[in-house]
Design a protein around this ligand. Structure first.
Ligand code: ADP
Ligand code: ADP
Length: 218
């Protein structure tokens, strides 16, 4: 479960996130929907402890991210393509993350298989398509077998096959009882992926409702 309470981020130039309160429940895919610049990434960065709130709190599995004992086993987040070492392979990336987080090698083989990367696991990241990089990012997020999964704009730039793959995976992981939060600026995509929506605009909560209710009202 993710619990966000009065979460606020102000910059000198303005307010990116403005008093957000919402809960992301386990067992379903929650879409985090809003136009570009709405404050989705800033919210996610605060949930992951990468950015400090000006006000308010964000908790994952009942604690602030920084207080989690083994963070990767509680929450997994999509690795950004910019974090990749072009000269290193998928297997090397995952092995390095596993090692630095006290996770066994068996997890690496498991997530390579889960994301369909086993065959290309030895190739350097610079040869990967965007879709393969997304898969590698998701493989990294799954390494700790986390209860909570956060994917920030995972389908951006992907071809239809990649979009459907991510959609199917998100639903399967939620079906296993995990908490899954997927951000997007695309309503059409979220309507197909999420069963619940948290909608924001200009850093503020606009709606928190089932996808069915949202579609019926618009
Ligand atoms: P989204 O992910 O929904 O596209 P962001 O969270 O990236 O939105 O951005 C929300 C707002 O905060 C935007 O107006 C953006 O320009 C601003 N913002 C984000 N990061 C910073 C920063 N480091 N300094 C100043 N403003 C920022
Ligand atoms: P270089 O390729 O420049 O020699 P290093 O091996 O010294 O890089 O690592 C520099 C930083 O890159 C490390 O502190 C770590 O953050 C990151 N890093 C190293 N190896 C990997 C890997 N296999 N996957 C992801 N990040 C890595």
């Amino acid at each position: 479960m993710i619990e966000v309470h009065n979460l606020t981020k102000r910059y000198r130039g303005g307010t990116a996130v403005d008093g957000l309160t919402f809960t992301v429940e386990p067992g379903r895919v929650t879409g985090f929907l809003g136009p570009n610049g709405a404050g989705k990434s800033t919210t996610i960065r605060m949930i992951l402890g990468l950015d400090r709130p000006t006000e308010g709190t964000a908790r994952v599995g009942g604690r602030p991210y920084a207080a989690l004992e083994r963070p990767l086993t509680v929450v997994g987040a999509l690795l950004e393509a910019g974090d990749l070492h072009p000269g290193r392979s998928a297997r090397e990336h995952l092995t390095w993350i596993a090692r630095t987080n006290g996770l066994g090698r068996a997890r690496v083989a498991k997530v390579l298989e889960q994301t369909g990367l086993t065959e290309v696991a030895g190739k350097r990241a610079r040869t990967y398509s965007l879709g393969m990089k997304q898969r590698l990012g998701i493989a990294a997020a799954l390494l700790g077998d986390p209860e909570v999964l956060i994917l920030d704009e995972p389908v951006n730039g992907l071809d239809p096959e990649g979009v459907i793959w991510i959609r199917t995976l998100a639903k399967r992981l939620a079906g296993e009882g995990r908490t899954v939060l997927v951000s997007s600026h695309l309503m059409s995509e979220m309507a197909l992926t999420a069963s619940h929506l948290v909608v924001i605009g200009r850093g503020r909560l606009l709606a928190d409702l089932s996808t069915e209710e949202f579609v019926a009202a618009h």
